[in-house]
Design a protein around this ligand. Structure first.
Ligand code: SF4
Length: 112
């Protein structure tokens, strides 16, 4: 579903039927962050971009709502974990590299 600012996110749910205005983020559903969440966080959330870049089914995303650095307001901080390689994914847009290793042309030939 599209977030209020038009980005596709599989975790967003909005019910506007017959004047209702119920919105939720299913990434924080059931966590301690759920109470703090509101749809304005979607505008700076990195999850839609992560999902566009990496659709790996074994990567789990986790969200925390934190104060923004040097600016008022809050933002979503996302961490990722691969259930297959059992490691933290440092760059969720790329993945952990186990299932989809980068081709050798991306490495220096001196490293061989
Ligand atoms: S806060 Fe992020 S993960 Fe949650 S619904 Fe909005 S864009 Fe999706």
């Amino acid at each position: 579903m599209r977030t209020p600012d038009g980005k596709e996110c599989k975790y967003f749910y909005g019910n506007y039927y017959r004047g209702q205005s119920h919105e939720e983020c299913r990434l924080v559903e059931g966590t301690s962050e759920e109470e703090e969440w509101n749809a304005t966080l979607c505008s700076t959330c990195p999850v839609p971009a992560i999902l566009r870049a990496n659709a790996c089914p074994t990567m789990e995303l986790h969200a925390e709502i934190k104060p923004r650095f040097l600016v008022f307001g809050k933002e979503m901080k996302i961490s990722a974990f691969c259930t297959k390689s059992k490691q933290i994914v440092k760059e969720p847009e790329i993945g952990c590299g186990q299932c989809h290793p980068l081709p050798s042309i991306f490495f220096d030939s001196d490293e061989d």
